[in-house]
Every structure is written in structure tokens, then in C-alpha cells.
Ligand binder design. Sequence first.
Ligand code: ATP
Length: 388
Amino acid sequence: MTATALTLTGARTGQSAPVSFEQVTKKYGNVLAVDNLTLSVENGELMVLLGPSGCGKTTSLRMLAGLEKITSGVIRIGDVVVNDLPPRSRNIAMVFQSYALYSHLTVFENLAYPLRVRKLKKDEIKRRVQEVAERVQIADLLDRKPREISGGQRQRVALGRAIIREPSVFLMDEPLSNLDAKLRLHMRGELKRFQRDLATTTIYVTHDQAEAMTLADRVAIMNKGVLQQVGPPREVYRQPVNMFVAGFLGSPPMNFLTLDVQAEEGQLWLTGPNVRYPLPPEQAAAVRQASLARLALGVRPEHITLSHHPDERAIPAEVYLVEDLGNELLVDTRVDGQQAVIRIPAGPAPSIGDRIWLSFSPADLHLFDPTTEARLPSPSPAPRATLS
Ligand code: ATP
């Protein structure tokens, strides 16, 4: 794309563009809001920026929109460096949590507004408003004012107003967080579908991991201004690079048990006052390589099975609390004083105070260095036998 294609007057609308952040930093005085962010979003991709409050998601979005000046680095939309382009010249459309609709205008006029600014002909405006209104299912609400429609409908109007501009990039900052739980789920599905159909590059900010996992083509997880990991939802869930990512994804989150590493008779054991767990051979190589005295063992609640019978290859625990969700049970246990939550299908529930044994498949274990919180490198797979 050329520079002129991105200016408002010469905007080449309807053409999605990739986005890249290259070593982008933003400081507010002493606060390092975004620290050396390098992230490429492919053309047509839905990238979710995920992280806790204050991790720099909104600041990243605002820098891309041109609402915040960057301290250093380069941001590109298409081939164009947009660092110094004003917001209106970037051909992006934003959808926020607050719908930012004009309350004195009808739904029709709210949708028509971006086209009137571009001085499109009346007939053309009418045609496009009708088309977009049908797409976001608000065609029967065009004569109403925003206060006369529901929250979900208002969100659709906001979405329609963004779509009608045919931007190169959509920026969405927690656009569903004002909706009640049911509507939120519904709109989440709709949004995903719209994005798929429009195939316009979209960057979506949320702190809700379930929203991120269901919407994203790829998720970029941030913490304290630093990008931690980028990847498709399943990949970041299965291969989290550190304890932060592992603990942020999943509900309830991954359990971590910090245990001592002991070598005896050629076997590695993870031990605690009441724990003596033989580390599966699949994992032992990585632990030996890292030569750690202590290890954080991570395992997801859904990967633990529970038994009332003592088992040498399992970890003993005591039931602290049981939550019955109807279709499943969350069993909150303590292992040497450390919390481990287990998620099992509804059935006979253990009782508070029961002594139980937790086991898991070696493939579902995640090992971390408790000091650096980094994942231990997976041992290289055994060389495949080749046919000669
Ligand atoms: P949230 O989910 O709460 O919106 P976020 O991940 O979007 O959080 P940002 O709003 O990007 O986080 O903020 C990142 C950091 O920068 C925070 O520490 C915040 O306090 C700080 N910050 C943001 N805007 C400003 C500002 N205008 N002046 C000073 N500090 C700011």
C-alpha cells in the first residue's frame, strides 16, 4: 500500500492491511507502559491482546490508532510507517466498550455519519446503511435513537458504524464488557463470524481469557508492558512459555506445586513433606539438564484424576472444598499446604477432609523453573527410526 492510500482523502477503503509493531516502547514519565513490543498481525487476522489490567493492551491499541504518541519504535499499517500520521489518516475503525454513539441521532444517522463525513451521495449512503444494518441485524431499528434500543443492539450499531467505513484495520477495546453474560456470549460468536466474513485485520483487546481463546486466530499475551507469548489459542494453552501465561489461561487456572528435586538410584523424585513423586522418564531429562534443586510442576485441573486409594505414582492431597457446578465438580485440595484444584465430571463427590491421591499423564505435566518462571525446554524427541 502507498502512503496516499492511507490518507483520508485518498483512502482506499475496503482493503484490509497487515499491521506491525517493531520494537515499540511507550513511557509515561517513569511508567513503562509498553516495553519494546514487536508483533506482526497478518492481513485479515484476528489478533487478541490479552493480559491483566495495566499490562499495556490499551496503550498498544491507542498507539496504533494514533491517539498516543510512541516513545520509540515503528508502527506500520500495510507498508506505511504511521508513526507520524494523524488518526484520521490511518484508515482504522474503533469499537469501544462505551459505544460512543451520538444520542441525538437515529440509528440510521449514526450509521450514515462516517459516510456523510466522506460526502458520499444520498442514494449511496442509503444503500450502504441498509446493507450494513441487515448484516448486523438492526434493519428494523433504523428510526430509533440509541436510548430506545437495548445494550446488545447498541453494540451492533457501534459495530455497524465501524464496518460501514470499510477500514483497513478494526481496533476493538473490550467491546463486549458492558453486556450481560448471555448476550456477551452471543455477540462474541457474532463478532467472530463478522470478522471471518469481512476478512479485515482486527486487533481485539481483552482481559478475559475465555473471550480471547474463543475469538482469536492468535493470542498475544502481555504482562507489565512486556509481550510474553504469541500463538494460536491451542498452542499457548498447551505450550505456555512461562508460569504467567500458564496461569493466565484456563479457568480454573493451571495448578503449580513447588517441590524439591532429589536423585536416588538413577530416578528423579519430586518431594515435599508428604510428597514423593517419581518424575516420569519423559520429563527427567529436561530436569537433569536444568540441574534444579526445586521445580514448579504445573498441571491443569482437567488433567488430574482423583483416587481414594493410595498410589505410589500419585500425589497425596487433602480435600479442602468441593464446588458442585451441576455438570462437573471442582475439588479444591491441599498438597503440603499448596492449592491444587481438580475438575471432574459430576458424580460422587469427595468430602471435605478426605485424603485422596492425584494422578496425571506425563504428557499433561508442565515443568517450570520456580525462580525464572520459565518453562523447562522439552527434551528433544528421540530420533525416528528411518527405513533404509
Ligand atoms: P486495562 O485492562 O485496565 O485497560 P491495559 O492493559 O489496557 O489495562 P494500559 O491502559 O495500556 O493497560 O496501561 C498500561 C500502563 O500505563 C498502566 O500502568 C497505566 O497506569 C499506565 N498509563 C496508561 N495511560 C497513562 C497516562 N495517560 N498517563 C500515565 N500512565 C498511564
